[in-house]
Ligand binder design. Structure first.
Ligand code: ZN
Length: 263
């Protein structure tokens, strides 16, 4: 039905269109994935100013006519995330998060868990969230050699948080891996592998077709899902690589989407 409606949304992608317009790919709180056109927004004195850029969180008034695209009639900034743009690391992480939203959530059904997760992650990347009191030290578990630890602790923390975001996003999208017991036979005590095909952790007897998952990687996934993003646990590089493979391949198998590398 044609008409105006209000929604809060994050700009996932902003594409130049025609002479002076932009097409926005949005993830909204009330209407899930939306595409909208902002006419004249690239003119120097546009009433939209610079706020139709990726990662802006906006209060929008949109008009839906007969076409596929809604039209932006008003846009007010809820959060511009200005600090995020000053850091290459944060910018890259925000871009990958928005890309994951685009690939994984294409429905116009609202998904408040996914929307709130994206908002919290962008705020964290922008530095609004108080730092976690969890130790940033990287534990040396499962025989990870000291030489394997990356010298850049910050990018390592950033990878752990990016993977926590992906795990929570998979959960919000309905594709969370089974972590409590073997995804094939239900054995709970001795899981040692991960099977993207089975969609979760597997025991030694069921590991065929899967790959090794260390105890550390398994605990990281369980803890990351259960903790706020800002309190994401640390993990050795080896464990984080296994976690990334587990999440990425689960989504390939079950959601048929391929996500870009997490960092
Ligand atoms: Zn099993």
């Amino acid at each position: 039905m044609p008409g105006s409606f209000k929604t809060e949304a994050v700009v996932l992608r902003s594409i130049r269109y025609a002479e002076a317009d932009r097409v926005l790919h949005l993830y909204s709180r009330e209407h899930g994935r939306l595409n909208a056109i902002a006419k004249g927004s690239r003119r120097p004195r546009s009433r939209f100013g610079g706020r139709l850029e990726p990662f802006f969180r906006l209060d929008l008034v949109l008009y839906r006519g007969r076409g596929e695209l809604a039209t932006v009639t008003a846009a007010h900034t809820v959060d511009a995330h200005p600090h995020l743009r000053g850091s290459g690391l944060a910018l890259g992480a925000a871009a990958r998060a928005c890309d994951a939203m685009l690939r994984l959530l294409d429905s116009t059904e609202p998904n408040p868990a996914a929307y709130n997760l994206l908002c919290r992650y962008l705020a964290l990347l922008d530095g609004d969230e108080p730092p976690s009191d969890r130790s940033p030290a990287i534990p040396e578990i499962d025989g990870a050699a000291a030489s394997e630890l990356r010298p850049d602790d910050r990018s390592h923390r950033s990878l752990a948080t990016a993977l926590a975001f992906r795990l929570k996003l998979a959960l919000a999208a309905g594709f969370s891996p089974e972590l409590a017991s073997c995804a094939r036979c239900g054995e709970a005590d001795e899981v040692s592998g991960f099977s993207p095909d089975a969609g979760g952790v597997v025991c030694a007897a069921c590991e065929r077709g899967g790959f090794e998952l260390s105890r550390e990687a398994h605990s990281f996934m369980v803890e990351a899902i259960g903790s706020p993003l800002a309190a994401t646990p640390a993990g050795s590089p080896r464990a984080l690589r296994q976690v990334e493979r587990a999440v990425t391949e689960t989504l390939e198998h079950h959601a048929h989407v391929h996500l870009r590398a997490a960092a």
